[in-house]
Design a protein. Structure first.
Length: 300
């Protein structure tokens, strides 16, 4: 089943139309609240959670005592609650008290980093899906069949079935290509890395567009920074350039607001437009449909 990228009708909605549910700060939990709000308003993830597509086939209810709470179940509950209850404000106390399930090193009540937390949440949910997928495969190969909540043999378990990945990867996963071209012989060396987000420097940029342009700008490696070319067999001047190999369905962009090692904050405004067009940053070798797909990207 394909991801549902636009908002679907919400069957649990008691909430009257209006501003989103506010989350109360429980003491230095702004990092937690901002990440939860971003995830709650990511349509494909919210649509997935509103149909309980994770918890329907998660084994955590049966094995909770053995393995503890499941991070994806916790997130699903939180997102459904935020999009359903008709209150102006809510307290995300459950997820706050379970913070160590997502990030072991985090401490209750301590100031933490939002981007770091987001990475922990995404990794925890992705790993949960992988674990369930493995479990499902084991059961199928043991001839036990797969139990799922709605009785349909074809329904995807725990958000699986999206091209061999997990629902988390299908939503946020993409790939960047880093190309180094020898300026002497012209040999190109390409390396592709999977990404779940892009981190942009904003110290010298006042807009997202400008920060992205700088990120994807070609850089000449020369002087002390020369490149060892496999063909020329020596250090040469080279051109390095990043490009998007595969655009994610939802592009997460982190603005690097930390300055230096003493944790100063770059708190200036960074402007962004509602529509983000990535086509000029796409890698030439990537599939043509990728250039179309990137129009669906959202920035947070
Ligand atoms: Zn679960
Ligand atoms: Zn060369």
């Amino acid at each position: 089943m394909a991801l549902q990228m636009t908002w679907q009708p919400n069957p649990h909605r008691k909430r009257k139309p209006g501003p989103p549910l506010g989350l109360k700060n429980l003491g230095n939990t702004c990092y937690l609240n901002s990440v939860l709000q971003c995830l709650t308003y990511t349509p494909p993830l919210a649509n997935f959670c509103l149909k309980f597509r994770h918890s329907i086939s998660c084994d955590s209810a049966a094995e909770r005592e053995k393995r503890g709470e499941c991070p994806f179940c916790l997130l699903e509950k939180r997102i459904v609650r935020s999009l359903s209850i008709d209150q102006p404000l809510d307290t995300p106390s459950r997820i706050n008290s379970c913070i160590k399930i997502f990030a072991e090193s985090f401490k209750l009540g301590r100031q933490e980093d939002a981007h770091e937390f987001l990475r922990y949440v995404i990794d925890a949910c992705h790993n949960t899906c992988l674990r369930l997928k493995k479990l499902q495969k084991c059961r199928v190969s043991n001839g036990g069949g797969v139990a799922n909540g709605n009785g349909s043999a074809n329904s995807h378990s725990a958000g699986e079935g999206f091209g061999g990945g997990t629902v988390v990867k299908e939503i946020f996963g993409g790939a960047l290509q880093s190309q180094v071209k020898c300026l002497l012989c012209g040999l190109e060396s390409n390396k592709v890395d999977e990404i779940m987000d892009i981190s942009l420097d904003v110290l010298h940029s006042d807009s997202l567009k400008d920060a992205l342009q700088k990120f994807f700008q070609a850089e000449v490696l020369d002087g002390n920074n020369k490149y060892k070319c496999d063909n020329c067999k020596k250090l040469v001047a080279a051109r390095k350039q990043m490009s998007i190999f595969q655009a994610p369905n939802v592009l997460v962009i982190q603005l690097k607001r930390f300055e230096g090692i003493f944790g100063g904050k770059i708190d200036k405004l960074v402007a962004f437009e509602e529509l983000l067009v990535l086509s000029s940053y796409m890698c030439k070798a990537s599939q043509p449909e990728e250039a179309l797909r990137n129009r669906n990207s959202y920035a947070y």
